[in-house]
Design a protein around this ligand. Structure first.
Ligand code: COS
Length: 383
């Protein structure tokens, strides 16, 4: 998308967020899902197709444009980003890199039209150790038969399309080459969805188990038409997913700090607005500096992604910093609110609960440390 069109789009999106998405938050929380009329509007605005190539009906944004869009969206309740970010992030990214021409034509089009996608990697016994997944895919004639359970799957209750990682070849291969990726129509017989899990925060977004029992997936749905490429596809998709989580954390921190700054002006103590107190100013200033640092990392990591090549280190470093930073900012914003910060009547406690997951999903902070250190060791060995 050319920069002028993008700037106009971002302006329009900012207005939509301020005038439509934020005012609709109470309804979103009451329903515990994005209201249908808003979902329709989001589809009509092309928000599910931000990263889809133009030939399949998308806006074909650069990584930088896409991630800046996610940052804006994250200033509204997190569920608005969640409902579309698997489509625009991991699902589209894996297909663009690894899909055959036929797969791209079929599945990118469905995704761009707003069929909600899910990404099935995590299982009851494998989270951080992604290559340890147990779901089996056994070849039978012109199909694979999939059996197993995926856990904590974002959007599972709403999804009609999915990308599911399963083991095709349990013997005689290094362990991550066992994994293949499958495009799944969620209406296929044998697919069932568990009840939505109750969570700490991010109300309106839903996660659940995806249970596959003798699910026949046509051979044509094996991503890239080749077995054993699923782990790399998942890891590459996670690199882009981590940029998106970083942007979500950044946008959330900005929204929270704005609330803290406003409250500090409104609330008086000792006869003066508390913003006049230097210890309050210190919390505001530390938060602003934190946000600025994350913003710089975001811009640099995205620029590198747009140049092509592997960005595992930068994506992990940015995701780690931005998610930890967001945790610090929302904590300070609760503190600035004092007793009011602990009450559900104010937004601060919600921001605090919503932020906690950013340090966990798409790889915990500890996994990001491993990814960063591994790249450092690789660079050292190559000297
Ligand atoms: N890009 C391209 N290829 C990659 C890759 C990436 N980002 N990451 C891994 N690979 C490929 C490479 O071929 C790699 O071999 P080399 O390191 O020799 O190039 C191979 O996969 C194996 O990678 P690695 O040795 O790092 O695999 P491990 O099993 O040790 O696991 C971690 C690595 C722990 C980093 C990985 O399992 C992980 O990211 N876990 C967290 C999963 C996660 O984020 N889950 C969140 C929920 S999913 S929404």
């Amino acid at each position: 998308m050319d920069e002028e069109t993008f700037d106009a789009f971002l302006d329009q999106l900012r207005r939509y967020i301020a005038e439509r998405l934020i005012p609709a938050e109470p309804e979103l929380f009451r329903l515990d899902r994005v209201p249908d009329d808003i979902l329709r509007e989001m589809r009509d605005m092309g928000l599910f197709a931000l990263t889809t190539p133009a030939e399949f009906g998308g806006a074909d944004m650069t990584v930088s444009q896409y991630i800046r869009t996610i940052r804006e969206l994250a200033k509204a309740a997190p569920a608005y980003r969640s409902i579309l970010s698997i489509n625009t992030g991991m699902f589209t990214s894996a297909l663009k890199r690894g899909g055959t021409d036929e797969q791209k034509a079929a599945w990118l089009t469905r995704s761009a039209q707003g069929e909600i996608a899910c990404f099935g990697l995590t299982e009851p016994d494998s989270g951080s150790d992604a290559a340890g997944l147990k779901m089996r895919a056994v070849r039978d004639g012109d199909a694979y038969v999939l059996n197993g359970t995926k856990r904590y799957i974002t959007n599972a209750p709403f999804a009609s399309i999915g990308l599911i990682m399963a083991r095709t070849n349990p013997e005689n291969l290094p362990r991550n080459q066992h994994v293949s990726a499958f495009l799944l129509d969620m209406k296929t017989p044998g697919v069932s969805i568990g009840s939505a899990d109750a969570k700490m925060g991010q109300k309106g977004g839903q996660i659940a188990d995806v249970i596959l029992e003798d699910v026949r997936v046509p051979m044509a749905n094996l991503l890239g038409g080749e077995e054993g490429k699923g782990f790399t596809a998942a890891m590459q998709a996670l690199d882009s997913g981590r940029l998106s989580v970083g942007a979500a954390a950044l946008g959330a921190a900005e929204r929270a700090l704005e609330a803290g700054l406003r409250y500090a002006h409104e609330r008086k103590a000792f006869g003066t607005p508390i913003v006049e107190f230097q210890l309050i100013q210190a919390m505001l200033a530390d938060s602003r500096a934190d946000i600025y640092a994350a913003e710089c990392m975001m811009l640099d990591a995205c620029r590198r992604a747009d140049l092509g090549g592997r960005i595992s280190l930068e994506a992990s470093a940015y995701k780690m910093f931005a998610s930890e930073m967001c945790g610090r900012v929302v904590d300070r914003v609760v503190q600035i609110h004092g007793g009011a910060g602990y009450l559900a009547e104010y937004d601060a406690e919600r921001f605090y609960r919503d932020a906690r997951i950013y340090r966990i999903y798409e790889g915990t902070t500890q996994i990001q440390q491993l990814v960063i250190a591994k790249q450092m060791m690789r660079e050292f060995a190559a000297r």
